[in-house]
Design a protein around this ligand. Structure first.
Ligand code: ZN
Length: 146
């Protein structure tokens, strides 16, 4: 038996986001640019975002690295674009609990639920968390410049 922690549906969803990332590419007019790296795997994520009156009006990402790091970012932007920054923080808390503590995925995570199996792969947890740590910086900047 294989030790693959992903079921087929989730694996397909991760690859689909990797091959066709949502909200991909810089947003030249965005006031916030944040970036981060995961040296363990060589992953790199950049995020441009525009937070206006507490709403994530626009968010785009680009970078390089493994399928987990890039698809996590794609799913993240897909889930959070147009949503309140407060909701983004709640989703971030939920994703971290899922990835770090192995908590069950909540119903409101959407495609992000596909990353549930990453919790069983300690080496890949940092890959999946990278974009969230970068987003965290962006939300902090948005809160201090608002
Ligand atoms: Zn990685």
């Amino acid at each position: 038996m294989s030790a693959d922690p992903f079921d087929d549906l989730y694996r397909e969803l991760i690859l689909e986001h990797y091959k066709k990332p949502r909200n991909h590419g810089p947003i030249p007019t965005a006031p916030i640019h944040v970036e981060g790296v995961n040296p363990v795997c060589g992953d790199e994520i950049h995020i441009d975002m525009n937070v206006d009156e507490g709403i994530i009006k626009d968010i785009g990402f680009w970078g390089a690295g493994c399928s987990i790091s890039q698809s996590s970012a794609s799913m993240m932007t897909d889930r959070l674009k147009g949503r309140p920054a407060s909701e983004a923080k709640d989703v971030m808390t939920e994703v971290r609990a899922m990835l770090i503590d192995g908590a069950p995925a909540g119903n409101d995570l959407g495609d992000l639920e596909a990353l549930e199996g990453v919790a069983k792969l300690p080496v890949r947890v940092k890959c999946a968390l990278l974009c969230w740590n970068v987003l965290d910086q962006g939300l902090t900047q948005a809160a201090t410049t608002a």
